[in-house]
Design a binder for this molecule. Structure first.
Ligand SMILES: [Mg+2]
Length: 284
């Protein structure tokens, strides 16, 4: 009996191991998800970023020559001030959705994503409410620039409103992908649109593309060089939140199909290939 039990248990362990390895991408995402959502350290980084942004804001408002948008013309001095904040994993946390995917052993997919967004249930990232409301009290218009599709406008707007983000100018503050013809994945055209009417004093995001024009064919080394070249912007006009769960940093390694149907093992393989070639990728 004991031997049989042992055999059954071994089979169970094997089966579990096999099931787990069918979605290796998920196990590699596990620590990223837990760190981002359950660690005091992650909260502290968000609080630190938003507290620092708040501290820098008054000085920038007092200096009308300063702009955070590369798309801004030189004569922005007379324009009213604005800030640009990105949405997902910058001011709203989709932790609950990511936990759902992990628990269901599912990769990211559009159907589940849309269903989640329609719940308007994403919680604010620590520090984001204090920062945006402080800016609004100072007369700064807060623009929310997101690559959520415009078909999710109502649900996204409701989520922002119910979470307590300032929307004193209403729907014009939320700029979603494809709301206008040239508002595509690259957010440059939306930054240019805002900069045409306002002086953009700060930008907050969790991806390089939230600040500058990027292209999908940029290598990780090119992205890092680009980031380093704006050292004068970071910490005063630009603020980056940490997002180790997903983002363009990842697609720069695995390609845009990574994580999609059938792409899971390819994605992991691409990551290991990148690590093996670490030195040649300019990592150290
Ligand atoms: Mg984001």
């Amino acid at each position: 009996m004991k031997t049989l039990l042992l055999l059954v248990c071994s089979a169970c362990v094997l089966l579990t191991a096999c099931t787990q390895t069918t979605n290796t991408s998920q196990s590699s995402d596990l620590d990223a998800l837990l760190w981002s959502t359950a660690s005091a350290e992650s909260d502290a980084i968000s609080l630190q970023v938003y507290a620092q942004a708040k501290r820098q804001l008054d000085g920038l408002l007092a200096n009308p020559k300063k702009s955070a948008a590369l798309e801004q013309d030189d004569d922005a001095e007379k324009l009213l001030p604005a800030i640009i904040v990105e949405v997902d994993e910058t001011i709203l946390s989709n932790a609950e959705f990511r936990y759902y995917l992990m628990a269901q052993n599912k990769a990211f997919n559009l159907e589940d994503w849309q269903e989640w967004v329609k719940e308007s249930a994403a919680k604010p990232v620590p520090g984001a409410l204090q920062y945006t409301n402080y800016a609004a009290e100072k007369g700064v218009t807060v623009f929310y620039v997101t690559n959520r599709h415009v078909s999710l406008f109502d649900a996204t707007y409701r989520n922002l409103e119910e979470a307590g983000f300032p929307l004193n100018w209403g729907e014009m503050q939320l700029l979603m992908r494809e709301a206008e013809e040239d508002w595509d994945w690259d957010k440059s055209s939306r930054r240019a649109f805002i900069a045409g009417h306002y002086r953009v004093v700060q930008i907050i995001g969790d991806s390089l593309g939230d600040f500058i024009a990027t292209s999908p064919d940029m290598t990780p080394a090119q992205r890092r060089d680009k980031s380093a070249s704006y050292i004068d912007f970071w910490g005063e006009k630009w603020f980056m939140l940490a997002n180790p769960i997903y983002g363009d940093w990842e697609s720069a390694i695995v390609g845009s199909s990574g994580g999609g149907a059938g792409g899971i093992n390819d994605e992991t393989r691409a990551k290991y290939q990148f690590i093996r070639g670490g030195e040649s990728q300019g990592i150290w």
